[in-house]
Design a protein around this ligand. Structure first.
Ligand code: PNS
Length: 161
């Protein structure tokens, strides 16, 4: 059984993330979505909320063979804990590759875990969690970018900020 890990901040989980997880699932038997801590980012949602919103999106999409867990420490240690052979991440553009390359090289250097990249659906390449939140913050339309429940929770979280 081939297990892969799809890591990220997922603040919140978008349809771009869903596309990547779906592609990862087509390449493996079991996908573990790792909701990680990124020290460089201040998040809108707590880890528990980010896990729940990822699960809701995946459930509504009808995907099986996917688990969502918190990955509190080093990602490579999490990979060892869940028995994952690879990390899979999505790329939208060259800037994504520039950001991902150092992490992939570091993860391989410290653990031997290889990162594989999949290209996201071009029609979803405008979707980024940060931009979705910004559009919503200014009253814009985010339909078709996140699950309806996620859209609702973004509005709720922004309202109490
Ligand atoms: O969605 P993001 O914020 O681009 O994902 C980055 C993330 C969370 C995958 C990365 O920051 C990470 O792996 N954090 C866990 C801690 C860790 O292992 N750091 C060393 C990475 S080389």
């Amino acid at each position: 059984m081939r297990t892969v890990v799809c890591p990220g901040s997922f603040d919140p989980f978008t349809y771009g993330h869903l596309d990547v997880v779906r592609r990862a699932r087509s390449l493996s038997d079991r996908v573990v979505v790792a909701v990680a801590h990124n020290a460089a980012k201040k998040t809108l949602f707590t880890v528990a909320e980010r896990i729940e919103l990822a699960r809701v999106t995946l459930d509504n999409a009808g995907l099986d063979g996917i688990e969502v867990h918190e990955a509190p420490g080093l990602l490579t240690e999490f990979c060892a804990q869940v028995g994952a052979e690879h990390i899979i991440k999505g790329l939208r553009n060259g800037a994504d590759l520039d950001g991902e390359l150092p992490m992939a090289l570091m993860n391989r250097a410290i653990s031997g875990v290889e990162t594989m990249f999949v290209l996201g659906e071009p029609q979803l390449s405008h979707i980024a969690s940060s931009l979705v939140k910004d559009v919503a913050r200014h009253g814009g339309e985010i339909h078709g970018m996140v699950d309806p429940k996620v859209a609702e929770e973004i509005q709720r979280a922004l309202a109490v900020q």
